[in-house]
Design a protein around this ligand. Sequence first.
Ligand SMILES: [Zn+2]
Length: 207
Amino acid sequence: MISTPIIIGIIIIILLIVVVIKAVTGKEDSRLEEPQEKIIHVSGIYSIVRKSPREDLIKLRPPEEIIRQYLESQNVDMYNVALSGSERSALLEHWKEQMDANLQVVEDGDKNGVAFYYYDFPQVCPACAPFLSKGHFVSREEIFNNPQLVPPFHLGCTCTLAAHNGSADPKDTAVSGLRPFFTDKSVPALPDWKSTVTLPKTAEVSR
Ligand SMILES: [Zn+2]
């Protein structure tokens, strides 16, 4: 017969083993989960590419105060057209509105898995003309890597981003004139933000 103290001793040892196993496997579980999550975040091109460019773009663009100061120092736009006080304020408001609207286009596109965006010019933008034109397209990944690809590019810029909802290769679609903005891996030149173009006086014309 095995004596009671020995049985108790065996039970205690078994319990200890169970506790140790639980502690070890539990730790391994949490150790496994953490890096896996990180790997998904780092290597999952989908989650990375779909991060809104808003924060990164705001960091790249001049702060509002700098723009205000610059505008206050300008009496004419890049074509020597006189700038009034209200036109300077309108340019700053327009810059902020356009930045928000174009970021919204990308954020909305991300909800629908849009992979390409093309530039559109609802109104002619003379400062953009030497750099890009309607139909130039960029991939979502190019925007992720270069948030500065989101218009406006300069004060008074009328360039907008439009989601391309077609096939994976925008060149294969019925929309004419679409062509890649990137010709190689380097970011194409963009207008200087200080290139000021007076906004069209639509409000005054309609009066
Ligand atoms: Zn422009």
